[in-house]
Ligand binder design. Sequence first.
Ligand SMILES: Cc1cc2nc3c(=O)[nH]c(=O)nc-3n(C[C@H](O)[C@H](O)[C@H](O)COP(=O)(O)OP(=O)(O)OC[C@H]3O[C@@H](n4cnc5c(N)ncnc54)[C@H](O)[C@@H]3O)c2cc1C
Length: 434
Amino acid sequence: MNVLDFVGIGFGPANIALAVALEERGFDGSYVFLERHQSPGWQREMLLDDSDIQNHPLRDLVTPANPRSYYSFTNYLHVHKRLFDFLNLGITFPLRREYADYVVWVARHFAQHVRYGVDVQSISLTTVKGELLYRIESCDATWYARSVVLAPGRTPNIPQVFEPAAGPDVFHLTRYEQSLTLVADRLEAGGAIAVIGGSQSAAELVLDLAARFPASTVHAVHRAYSFRLKDTSPFSEEVYFPEFVDYYYNASDEGKRILNAELKATNYSSADGDVIHKLYLRLYAQRIEGKEVIRMHRSHEVEACEREGDRYRIEILERLTGARQSLQVDAVVLATGFKNFGRGLAEEPIHPLMTGIRAAFAADRNGGLQINRNYSLQPRDVDGTPPFFVNGLCESSHGLGDAGSFSILSLRAVEISSALRASLKTVEGAAIEA
Ligand SMILES: Cc1cc2nc3c(=O)[nH]c(=O)nc-3n(C[C@H](O)[C@H](O)[C@H](O)COP(=O)(O)OP(=O)(O)OC[C@H]3O[C@@H](n4cnc5c(N)ncnc54)[C@H](O)[C@@H]3O)c2cc1C
């Protein structure tokens, strides 16, 4: 059984960008990426008709780190003979389907380094022949490595009120396409569905459902009064600059809170103008048509969601007037975001896959683990613990551009690849058989 220099967990954009960085920087260590899905993909459950991406397409898997790379979005267009056609569209943001195809195209170049269909269940530390190593386990296989790069994407946030009902009909948007097939018959026959949330994804889902199931009722429920416009001021968008990572990382806890509150609308609880205007126009058009497919429930809080026969009863409260209402639906889509590290209601102190290694690392002030600027965890025992990197989960320590965006993942990948190389040097030539 070989001991690898590192194991990457997850092969989404974060670790695909790392694979690119390693190849382009001539990393010659041994490694494998373990990916739960059977094949490469990106946002495969949310490739909605006409949906586009939110990052500048040149802030792709590699260009900010290496503008001459083979793996750029521009070269993807060139190789697929669509460069002129794409430029002729005159659009700023490519379709999400096209960008997903770009991600898959890059990922396929690294197939020799990926094991697909492997769902990692646990990570722990173990001593093998005197060396402290990571043991990474799926349900039927085990890997040993001198380092781990954890990049499973953030945990979907299921608000407490939906937890008892969560299942095939009450699902997070990360399961949208697969869950929808189970309720499609009911919606086609005039059923009802609720979309919870006020984000870009929520607005997209409301539009998508109304277009697919014109005989159904789509309830849009969200806490805020409005579907808010994303903050696209170029000053605010500097949260996606590499310099912002240093600024945010070095800010005090209070400073981070202030920045989060001020800059939240650059990515959260807000949507792009095109989607908002499309939704507003659809609401107007249905008044002409005399059929209210989409029903808006603004300023509403969900108080309960319970199964009643083969449907669900959702109790909602108007936050300002105190008026209560009951909705009967066949399904609920939760566009309720993802968990960052922290103590808050919609947060988690650590990712569940970090449970088994937690004791080896220094705690932070929020009951989580201290993450260094180079995305490694800070060991308790500085001399003995092998390096563990967190790739794409560090929004609470490294700022708003970290988890929810492509914008700087190519640069982050370079930082991690350099840190990996530096830390593994200490064991170079010490390959062992376990
Ligand atoms: C609907 C939607 C649209 C978005 N659009 C944009 C956009 O346009 N622009 C932008 O910048 N950002 C966008 N984002 C944010 C986007 O998700 C991130 O930018 C990007 O996908 C993060 O990449 P990642 O690799 O960190 O995580 P993910 O994309 O979540 O990839 C993680 C991978 O790890 C695998 N995995 C998880 N757990 C395990 C396990 N236990 N074992 C093995 N494998 C595992 C998963 O299967 C997955 O392939 C969007 C997010 C959503 C939800």
